[in-house]
Design a protein around this ligand. Structure first.
Ligand code: XMP
Length: 319
């Protein structure tokens, strides 16, 4: 891929120029495509002067931490630093139900945890951010910050407080370009094709108060959704597919007993850059299997709904 080769050369040169011969860099790795590709690019430019930190905020998908650890084992010069902070995040989220307040609490806690780990590494001169072009225009658009729709915890905030320069090697790219770049850099396909996952994670998919039991219920349902979509060969055709645990309970019947349990929404969208998105016309059989399995296998859910809203006016995430 000639154009990617040229892009990499230029990006590596730019990073070296910005960081200099001595500069050290820290990267917050989420395990998603953007931060992984950004880290791989910076690693190529400056090697062992890069340290990567993964914050386990307790709001991750099933087995996500293990997958990320396995994915990066042996791939980086320096070992991946993992912050085990689930309990702290849940503590900060106790009693918080407003979507923006949740995002702010998660963002602030992330900074605190990340800062502590960065400190333990002896600090750094620069911070890598996997900001993409759509993040730049959606978060602080030409209409000004007042037009911000949702507080994205991965754009802004961090650098000022931590007094580091910012390295944003993907700032001009769209998602499909980042994926091509990642493949060019030799990252595994499983990582390249992972659906985007918001920084606040399950925190904005457990509607209402976020508690560990509710996260656990959503995690199980979400894993079934992804498994069935993959099995049907549809994973790559979708921009995202996930579950949303609703803050309502509904009446059901199991055997001859009445149940009163959680309702869950399945969200699946097609998109090229997340600025607009269409709800996916999933086959009824696939929806049926997802619903049956969730209701049969996940204790605490007795009703599954399918979200048929497009963006705009709905957003992809519910909060
Ligand atoms: P919305 O819900 O605004 O989401 O249509 C657009 C895309 O952005 C993802 N998203 C986030 N990504 N930090 C992220 O890194 C965040 O705070 C965040 N919030 C939403 C969302 O999953 C979708 O792909």
């Amino acid at each position: 891929d000639w154009s990617m080769g040229a892009f990499v050369e230029e990006a590596v040169a730019r990073i070296r120029e910005q960081v200099g011969d001595q500069g050290t860099v820290i990267c917050g790795l989420s395990g998603g495509v953007d931060s992984s590709v950004a880290a791989a690019l910076v690693e190529r430019a400056i090697g062992d002067r890069l340290h990567c930190i993964f914050v386990d905020n307790g709001l991750l998908r099933k087995n996500e931490r293990e997958q990320v650890e396995a994915m990066f084992a042996g791939r980086l010069h320096n070992p991946l630093v993992v912050a085990d902070a689930g309990a702290l995040f849940l503590d900060r989220l106790a009693g918080v139900t407003d979507p923006e307040l949740k995002r702010k609490a998660i963002g602030a806690t992330f900074i605190e945890v990340f800062d502590e780990k960065a400190h333990a590494l002896g600090g750094a001169d620069y911070l890598v951010q996997g900001t993409l072009y759509p993040d730049v225009i959606e978060s602080v658009s030409a209409r000004g910050p007042s037009a911000t729709i949702k507080t994205h915890h991965n754009v802004g905030g961090l650098p000022e407080k931590m007094k580091m320069g910012v390295v944003e090697p993907l700032r001009e790219l769209f998602k499909d370009e980042v994926r091509r770049l990642g493949l060019h850099l030799g990252l595994p396909e499983t990582m390249i094709w992972r659906h985007p996952f918001p920084g606040p994670g399950l925190g904005v998919r457990v509607l209402g108060e976020v508690t560990e039991p509710r996260c656990a219920v959503l995690r199980e349902a979400d894993a079934i959704i992804i498994e069935e979509i993959s099995r049907a060969g549809l994973y790559r055709d979708l921009w995202q597919v996930f579950g949303v645990l609703l803050p309502v309970r509904s009446v059901g019947v199991m055997g001859d007993a009445r149940t009163y349990e959680n309702a869950l929404a399945v969200r699946a969208v097609e998109s090229v850059d997340a600025m607009t998105a269409d709800w996916a016309h999933l086959p009824y059989e696939v929806l049926g299997r997802i619903s049956n399995r969730i209701i049969n296998e996940v204790r605490g859910i007795n009703r599954v709904c399918y979200d048929i809203s497009s963006k705009p006016p709905a957003t992809i995430e519910w909060e």
